[in-house]
Design a protein around this ligand. Structure first.
Ligand code: ADP
Ligand code: MG
Length: 325
């Protein structure tokens, strides 16, 4: 088995260490953020992100309608552009499909993907298609732009910054919990929209960047505990989070607030997690999305959670990781 995902990426990162300076190579930010930041044109930065959607790992044909799989495939990439405060421009789709897959499935998949692309003014501009020996594999590349020097990186947080999250957390993981449960209760996409048709927070990310409100940012694709750890690691800081302040999703039928653990560790909500310098006033909502302060950045390099019982415990990343031991 390969190394656990994070250790593997760290190893590849060390092996791929650039030999000369960013201004020379044109790669301003490489491995380690939501997107790579490239200098291709004067006056602006180009953002590039790539994400797999794999049958049996990211979706299941008996759980997810094909248009939801297409929608979620592109949403993963768009959300990474949002996390940089960027504007998405074009997408590239590499597809490997098994021989016995019905064409109707493929058509609905592409419909779901291009519907979301259209909504965000993104053009599907290329890709690759091949036969898969086993299972559906889709890789999405999204390219976007940001003004020169303005992309919001994971590495900008400092001790004393406040931590905010958009929307609500745990709603996507709640759908998976329901699908996995033995209750056989029907899981309808309408009751779990954040799981089946997540809306990438492009307008919010761009507004935070344009107003200079966010000092660091990441999207919550793996789960709050894991994504906050990524942000803290890249910034060389720690954090203290108040568990009671984390906005928990209200989903399902009947509608019910998700458990705290799902909000802390459940992934694929595609909300934005960002930090703001002391003194920056953060509105309670931007672009129709609520913003909640959940804690602050500390010097310690560790992440702690405070609960109502006033007990403080160290928060270990328990979100999604491939090849976890
Ligand atoms: P995200 O969840 O935002 O898509 P990931 O956790 O997948 O980010 O990746 C973290 C960083 O590692 C990103 O900069 C990504 O481009 C990089 N990365 C992941 N896998 C590889 C790989 N196989 N080779 C090179 N870089 C990689
Ligand atoms: Mg990301």
């Amino acid at each position: 088995m390969p190394l656990p995902e994070k250790a593997l990426i760290d190893q590849i990162r060390r092996m791929a260490k650039p030999v000369s300076r960013p201004t020379h190579t044109g790669v301003l930010t490489g491995i380690g953020d939501d997107c790579a930041v490239l200098r291709l044109l004067p006056g602006q930065e180009s953002l590039v992100t790539t994400d797999f959607s794999l049958e049996g790992i990211h979706f299941r044909c008996d759980w997810h309608p094909p248009d939801s799989v297409g929608h979620r495939c592109l949403a993963r990439g768009l959300s990474d552009i949002a996390a940089m405060g960027g504007k998405p421009v074009a997408a590239f789709l590499s597809l490997a499909l098994p021989r016995d897959l019905p064409q109707a499935w493929v058509r609905q998949f592409v419909l779901g993907l291009v519907r979301l692309a259209k909504k965000f003014g993104v053009t599907l501009a290329g890709g690759d298609t091949a036969e898969s020996p086993d299972g559906i594999l889709a890789d999405i590349i999204v390219v976007g732009t940001a003004p020169k020097g303005k992309s919001v990186l994971r590495s900008g947080a400092r001790a004393g910054d406040r931590i905010f999250v958009s929307g609500e957390l745990g709603g996507s993981a709640a759908a998976i919990a329901q699908l996995r449960s033995k209750s056989k209760k029907k899981v309808s996409p309408g009751d779990f929209p954040r799981h089946f048709y997540p809306e990438p927070r492009i307008a919010l990310g761009r507004a935070l960047r344009a107003k200079g409100l966010a000092s660091a940012m990441i999207d919550t694709s793996d789960g709050l505990s894991t994504d906050l750890a990524h942000l803290c690691e890249e910034s060389g800081v720690g954090a203290e989070v108040d568990a009671e302040l984390i906005p928990r999703a209200r989903v399902g039928k009947p509608v019910r607030e998700v458990d705290r653990d799902l909000a802390l560790h459940g992934g694929e909500d595609y909300e934005l997690l960002f930090t703001a310098r002391p003194g920056k006033r953060i509105p309670s909502q931007i672009a129709g999305v609520s913003l909640t302060q959940i804690g602050q950045i500390t010097r310690s390099r560790k992440i702690f959670v405070r609960t109502r019982s006033a007990l403080k415990y160290e928060l270990k990343p328990r979100g999604w990781e491939h090849f976890r031991a």
